[in-house]
Write a protein that binds this ligand. Structure first.
Ligand SMILES: [Zn+2]
Length: 654
């Protein structure tokens, strides 16, 4: 551990001695006037006890300005300097996604007297404090300025609170060793849910039982005016609860048939993973058109699932999101309880690496697809259609030529918040969809090699389940690539390391659809889109998806959103952002373009497309005769249907 704070030492020298040469002073002065400390060595985290507990108080009642007001008292641990950290790396994004711009108004005091902080010159998330002699604790206050639109945490009727946005912690300790006692002031009329345990509630001030900083940031709070809680496993020793907040009361009307499926889910996953690594589990659901929707965040004892306002009132209209809740629940085992060793970090400010995200996300996505089918959240046909979209997307990733699947596990390090216009060529976190295909193949291989006796469910139970730590262990258990191979080898002997390395490093799609073939299926394209494809097109493209045919996606008003790398449209000279104006002799409409693609296939006459781009109008002829192409799965003649058992509508089929 090194508390050296070079910048301060230099300031001291400058003020005490006037013998510095002018050149050196000129070099140093900008640092002094900028108010930042030159890069200092920050105290390395150590696995040692932290004395006392941090008190954290958050006031979330300013809904008008969407400001969260924070007060903390942090016990001083010894003499001299202290460094307070604002969390930067977020566990669920596997990335340094926490924005520092939201933190404002930071004032630090000791014994009621203000103490200046100095931001670290090398790490803007670190604040150096010169703790006055005799001070027992630091009093800290700041605000978190939640975005007022877009990625907001608050609306008039809702609040989602990730604690990492509203808490500083001292550098030098593993955060699992730092005790925290948190309290939260809620707006009038709000009810709340979290996996944190409540000590007391008075006048909308919720006091939580003490926990560790590590567990606190893994236990967000959802609160709202329109709130409903349903016990999914009444009377269970480890209760599973469904907590919903919505923009309005009507949004919370979950259909009884869907609720039954979630009840079945709450027993199906513990049965698959042969364990429960939680004291209780809280699904936190937002049903909103105001807060962001369409994503989830995993935690060990809860998950955040952001759904559209009409998710329950029009359940058939949300097929692409039908397995989100299962996916996030599976992460309690795959991701939170068992973590890839290089993704684990002792604090939220140490970089992590995601070399095993194809297990963490890939296998979770696989179980999401399969369990959604078994639980009836999607029909068998909808599941086959979803797998067809996974397969077609994977095939279309021409970027594999230069960027392997393994390299996509680095994407969280540099892609979040950045626009990727050439998704097929740049690739982005493809370990989700390609993970589904990979683990399907592993499942099929295990069945093949054991005469149908063993499957990936055996891996799930052995690897994410009890292990040496017991069925209800809470502490994180890390693993390596070798551990994955070892567990698979105990089920069926194979060169698993070689198997994965070949697929993870491939620059061709030779093995991409092996799992489907082993299952007795192949990917085909027809000119009729499946129901799943249409919903996915609307959800992910927000327009018309002709990626597999003409090589474009088209948004509103005929604007080209993406162009397939070196596809027909690309080669014809159509770029991203072009506005399509004519199809043949007619004004452009989506329908007219589809018709033209079909006609070209029949007549073998090129498609004439007019468009405006970069301030000029032009018309191109596209020699594409392949008709519309929408993915679906087809049975391979003469091969047994091995998906049948995997998708059977009962978890016992596992
Ligand atoms: Zn995930």
């Amino acid at each position: 551990m090194n508390h050296a704070i070079h910048g301060w030492s230099l300031f001291t020298l400058i003020s005490m001695k006037n013998t510095f040469c002018a050149v050196l002073f000129a070099v140093l002065f900008p640092i002094a006037s900028a108010g930042a400390v030159a890069t200092a060595t920050l105290p390395a985290p150590r696995d040692i006890p932290f004395k006392g507990e941090i008190k954290l108080s958050v006031d979330a009642t300013d809904q008008v300005h969407k400001i969260l007001r924070v007060r903390q008292t942090i016990p001083v641990q010894g003499k001299g300097a202290m460094v307070l950290m604002y969390p930067q790396w977020e566990t669920d994004s596997h990335s340094a996604t926490q924005q520092l711009t939201g933190l404002a108004g930071l004032i630090v005091k000791a014994g009621g007297r203000r103490v200046e902080w100095l931001r670290d010159g090398g790490d803007p998330y670190a604040f150096h404090i010169d703790v006055p002699k005799g001070a027992r604790e630091l009093e800290v206050e700041f605000q978190f300025l939640s975005p007022t639109a877009g990625n907001t945490l608050m609306s008039r009727d809702m609040l989602t609170l990730p604690w990492q946005k509203v808490a500083l912690y001292p550098a030098g300790w593993f955060i699992r060793n730092i005790a925290v006692r948190a309290e939260l002031k809620l707006p009038a009329g709000f009810q709340y849910a979290t996996s944190l345990e409540t000590a007391a509630v008075r006048d909308q001030l919720v006091s939580f039982k003490p926990t560790t900083f590590d567990d606190l940031v893994d236990a967000p709070v959802h609160a709202g005016r329109y709130f409903k809680r349903i016990e999914l496993t009444p009377g269970a020793a480890r209760p599973v609860r469904l907590n919903m907040i919505g923009d309005n009361e009507a949004a919370l009307a979950i259909p009884p048939a869907l609720l039954d499926k979630y009840r079945a889910m709450a027993t199906a996953l513990p049965s698959l993973f042969r364990s429960q690594h939680y004291r209780h589990y809280d699904f936190l659901l937002t049903l909103s058109d105001i807060l962001p929707s369409g994503g989830g965040r995993e935690h060990q004892e809860s998950s955040e699932n952001n759904l559209a306002l009409d998710f329950f009132t029009r359940p058939d209209a949300h097929l692409p999101m039908a397995d989100l809740i299962v996916h996030e629940y599976a992460h309690s085992w795959n991701g939170r309880f068992r973590q890839p060793a290089d993704l684990w970090s002792p604090t939220m400010n140490q970089p992590v690496r995601g070399s095993l995200l194809w297990v963490y996300e890939g296998q979770t996505e696989f179980w999401g697809r399969m369990l959604a089918a078994q639980l009836g959240l999607r029909t068998r046909q909808q599941t086959l259609d979803a797998l067809a979209v996974d397969a077609a997307n994977a095939v279309a990733r021409t970027g594999r030529q230069w960027k392997s699947l393994l390299d996509t596990t680095n994407d969280p390090l540099y892609m979040p918040g950045r626009q990727m216009q050439w998704r097929d060529w740049q690739r982005r976190e493809d370990y989700y969809g390609e993970g589904v295909l990979l683990w399907l193949d592993v499942d099929m291989l295990l069945r093949e090699r054991t005469g149908g006796k063993r499957s990936l469910a055996d891996f799930a139970g052995a690897f994410f389940g009890a292990g040496a730590m017991g069925r209800h262990a809470l502490a994180t258990s890390t693993y390596t690539f070798a551990d994955v191979c070892k567990t698979l080898n105990a089920i069926a002997l194979h060169d698993w390391a070689g198997y994965f390395n070949t697929r993870l490093r491939a620059h061709d799609d030779g093995h991409l659809l092996d799992g489907l073939a082993r299952a007795g299926y192949r990917l085909v394209y027809t000119d009729e889109a499946t129901e799943y494809f249409v919903q996915n097109e609307d959800f992910n493209v927000g327009g018309m998806d002709l990626s597999a045919s003409l090589g474009v996606t088209v948004g509103k008003k005929g604007v080209v959103k993406t162009v397939a790398w070196e596809g027909p449209a690309f080669r014809a000279g159509i770029g991203i952002g072009a506005r399509l104006t004519t199809v043949g002799e007619q004004p452009y409409t989506d329908e007219a373009l589809k018709q033209a693609i079909k006609s070209a296939a029949a007549t073998k006459q090129p498609i004439s497309l007019g468009f405006d781009a970069d301030g000029r109008s032009q018309t191109v002829l596209i020699p594409y005769y392949g008709s519309l192409r929408y993915p679906r799965l087809e049975r391979l003649p003469g091969k047994p249907d091995r998906l049948e058992r995997l998708l059977a509508p009962s978890p016992s089929a596992l």
